[in-house]
Design a protein around this ligand. Structure first.
Ligand SMILES: NC(=O)c1ccc[n+]([C@@H]2O[C@H](COP(=O)([O-])OP(=O)(O)OC[C@H]3O[C@@H](n4cnc5c(N)ncnc54)[C@H](OP(=O)(O)O)[C@@H]3O)[C@@H](O)[C@H]2O)c1
Length: 311
């Protein structure tokens, strides 16, 4: 089967290679991939950072999320059958190998793709969507009427978080470059702030929840926008200790998040997309062979929504 393979760490080390089709273990189904989503963790890991400590020895097939059609089912799987359309975030942060024609996937980590949702965009939903869901609802316990600040709101996680927070009935404040403001308001942001435009805390105060998609010094500075009993959920794991230490000094709660696979939450998300309540914005759809270009685009830091690779 066709794959993208990394034999040495480095973003110029990706190549298109044939590999054996994966065998099935107990609890797994094989998915014939339609599309896989590109996320910052993909290129960070292929550079030797990100999830590299969890993936074992190289070579490595990148990618943690996909959509496709079930092509074979282990004997003990009763929840899915050959021909089902599915999507999923798989095995994160261990290797999942989604940049490939066929993927062996734990059945419990997949959700059925509703008829109203096309497979090609659906391949980009799971990782960013579950991150937004788990940050807002599991870690952040966001309630109707609360004020939430979402930084990096135009990105894969952020633009889904804006819509999920609005769906929950929150007042949504989003940071993004000015050219993204009209679009984010259409998605449900009540207030947009250009992060190039002065000090954030001069413009926003007393929010109940911050979804910090930036981390580092920017994430730390955003703590000044948080109400004393609020919570900041920080996404970039590389700076989580900095944020936790800053929170301790200011007596403010900081929660790191590592997204986890969850077929049940993903099924709910997929239904929201099928109903049009949540819209997944696709920045670019590229063939699998263009994974290197997709990595360069994502690493530029200004993707609007998600980049998708079709297989
Ligand atoms: N811990 C976890 O489990 C987990 C899961 C998912 C993601 N993450 C991490 O969370 C971060 C966001 O992920 P993502 O997939 O949403 O990334 P992304 O799609 O690459 O985010 C790109 C967006 O960031 C915005 N941006 C860049 N600099 C900004 C700034 N200083 N202030 C506000 N917005 C800024 C850009 O908007 P403009 O074009 O308007 O500048 C762009 O739309 C990444 O570091 C990722 O690795 C962690």
């Amino acid at each position: 089967m066709k794959t993208i393979l990394l034999e040495r760490f480095g973003l110029d080390q990706l190549s298109v290679q044939q590999q054996p089709v994966p065998a099935l273990k107990s609890g797994e189904v094989r998915v014939r991939t339609a599309a896989c989503g590109v996320n910052p963790i993909d290129w960070k890991t292929c550079s030797g950072g990100g999830a590299a400590p969890f993936i074992g020895e190289l070579p490595f097939i990148p990618g943690w999320e996909l959509s496709g059609t079930v092509d074979a089912v282990a004997e003990d799987v009763t929840t899915l059958k050959v021909g089902d359309r599915v999507l999923g975030l798989l095995r994160f942060p261990e290797r999942a190998g989604c940049y490939a024609e066929y993927v062996a996937a734990p059945a419990s980590e997949l959700a059925r793709c509703p008829d109203a949702l096309e497979l090609i965009p659906a391949g980009g939903l799971a990782l960013a969507g579950l991150t937004a869901w788990q940050a807002l609802f599991d870690k952040g316990n966001l309630q109707p009427g609360q004020r939430v600040l979402i930084t990096a709101a135009a990105g894969g996680v952020g633009h889904l978080a804006v819509q999920l927070a609005k769906w929950q009935g929150a007042y949504v404040i989003a940071t993004a470059s000015a050219h993204n403001h009209d679009w984010l308001q259409q998605l449900g942001a009540d207030q947009c702030i250009d992060y190039n435009d002065g000090v954030l805390a001069d413009q926003v105060q007393d929010v109940d929840l911050i979804l910090d998609g930036i981390g580092g010094d920017s994430g730390e500075a955003s703590l000044a926008c948080l109400a004393s009993n609020g919570v900041l959920v920080t996404l970039p794991s590389v700076t989580k200790d900095q944020l936790i230490a800053a929170g301790d000094i200011q007596a403010k709660r900081v929660e790191p998040l590592r997204v986890t696979a969850n077929g049940k939450q993903l099924a709910e998300l997929a239904q929201l997309c099928a109903a049009g309540t949540v819209k997944l914005t696709i920045a670019a759809t590229l063939p699998l062979e263009d994974a290197g270009k997709a990595f360069a685009d994502s690493a530029s830091g200004h993707t609007r929504g998600k980049i998708i690779l079709t297989v």
